[in-house]
Design a protein around this ligand. Structure first.
Ligand SMILES: Nc1ncnc2c1ncn2[C@@H]1O[C@H](COP(=O)(O)OP(=O)(O)OP(=O)(O)O)[C@@H](O)[C@H]1O
Ligand SMILES: [Mg+2]
Length: 414
């Protein structure tokens, strides 16, 4: 431990968003840009289609640290990893990296689809600056870890997403980088592979190498990382011991419960309605920051809609565990309660008696149709938190680390 292996100072990344109606706005945009340029770059008058994905980020990572990077969807986590991996140039600031870095970002980066698994291992190794002899020395271990022996000479474009990620992870982790950067790819693998990856990352870091790991899986982050960074809206909210940072992140996520939904621009559908917020209430309708196991729960989905009645409003909420596994799908189609909605409605509530979810954080996805057409679809809309509670009224709490659910049950002895 001791010396800084990554130093970032005043990092910023600005994206210029594509205008939605290209044809219509092109000329005005061009003129606008010209005018701004004439005014000397237009300091201070931010254009509406510019967007800072990272802003004013300064931090250091010590050699040998295992750093978890957490934050809501769109916080800038992946952008930060891309900047550190030099796939994306920062708009402002600078990064200094004192080591050979291997990164595993979205599925697909780094691999050439037409080349075989075997060829990709050599290609990646040489990109990392390794000699053929060094790569050959690690080759068998990589193939065994990835469990792709039979498909070594198949072009990777024919691999399943699971195989692809296994191989990509194996290459990144075994080619002895001094810094290993991993972005959430574990969500794609099965539980067994996830365990293997976490184990491998621990091994890599126990050899003194540095790991940066982005994940929405707080259990995995807490298991692996000794330190964490919490990003929000492209800025660093906190950095420190993992448990503290994760707790802060979960508190903040609880407090807002996806109230940023209204401003999300990664949604699909015709917009007949748009979800704006998930708010949690107890059985008496009082607002609560987190649900509680065994307590009546009401989940209010606030939405905005244009004028006119909504015919056949179908709303569905998918709930995922920390591994991204769908564990519940709640839909008013299944309950047989499709609504026709008069003007002025703004909320659909899901009533869940005796919440069966065990303590932990859960992700949710929202989907709706109006009159049979997709109205609003928000994948990974946000997270909410469940606190422990006395499900049976026995004064004993269900074990929170055993599965995702509790349900009514009793024991008999014969
Ligand atoms: N190439 C791009 N052009 C425009 N905007 C972008 C681009 N890449 C990312 N963004 C935007 O930058 C913001 C940060 O994105 P980023 O992918 O870094 O978030 P994230 O924290 O990784 O989110 P998630 O948890 O969903 O993976 C988002 O609002 C995203 O829409
Ligand atoms: Mg990301």
């Amino acid at each position: 431990m001791g010396s800084a292996i990554i130093t970032a100072e005043g990092l910023g990344k600005k994206f210029v968003l594509q205008a939605q109606r290209e044809r219509y706005t092109a000329l005005r945009d061009v003129l606008g840009k010209k005018a701004r340029n004439l005014l000397g770059g237009g300091g201070g008058q931010a254009s509406t289609n510019e967007f800072w994905a990272l802003k004013d980020l300064s931090f250091t990572v010590q050699e040998g640290d295992r750093v978890g990077i957490v934050g809501r969807n769109g916080a800038g986590k992946s952008t930060l990893l891309k900047v550190l991996s030099r796939i994306v140039d920062p708009t402002e600031g600078r990064v200094e990296i004192n080591g050979r870095l291997a990164s595993l970002l979205e599925v697909g980066t780094g691999f050439h689809p037409e080349l075989s698994g075997r060829e990709n291992i050599f290609l990646n190794g040489s990109i990392l600056g390794m000699s053929r002899a060094e790569i050959r020395a690690r080759f068998d271990e990589i193939v065994a870890f990835a469990e792709v022996e039979r498909f070594l000479d198949t072009p990777v474009k024919r691999y399943s997403s699971g195989m692809y990620v296994r191989l990509a992870f194996a290459v990144a982790a075994h080619l002895e980088p001094e810094i290993l950067i991993v972005d959430e790819v574990l969500a794609v693998g099965d539980a067994e592979f996830q365990r293997k990856c976490i184990g491998k990352m621990k091994e890599v870091s126990s050899g003194g190498r540095t790991v940066l790991f982005v994940s929405h899986n707080m259990a995995a982050v807490q298991n692996l990382c000794n330190t964490a960074m919490y990003l929000s809206h492209g800025q660093l909210v906190s950095q420190g011991p993992t448990d503290q940072v994760v707790a802060e992140y979960l508190r903040a996520a609880d407090g807002s419960n996806g109230s940023e939904l209204a401003s999300r621009n990664d949604r699909q559908g015709n917009g007949a309605i748009r979800f704006t917020q998930l708010a949690l209430c107890d059985g008496q309708g009082r607002s609560i920051a987190a649900a509680q196991t065994g307590a009546d729960l009401r989940m209010d989905l606030h939405f905005s809609a244009g004028h006119g009645p909504l015919r056949n409003l179908h709303v569905a909420m998918g709930i995922d565990d920390v591994y991204g596994q769908r564990i519940l799908h709640l839909s008013n189609e299944t309950t047989g309660q499709i609504f026709d909605v008069a003007d002025g409605s703004s909320r659909v509530s899901i009533h869940m008696p005796r919440c069966p979810l065990l303590p932990g954080s859960y992700g949710f996805t929202l989907f709706s149709t109006v009159n049979g057409e997709m109205a609003d679809y928000l994948l990974n809309a946000g997270t909410f938190h469940v606190e422990s509670g006395d499900y049976f009224g026995t004064g004993r709490l269900p074990a929170g680390d055993q599965g995702s659910f509790i349900t009514d049950h009793r024991f008999t002895l014969s």
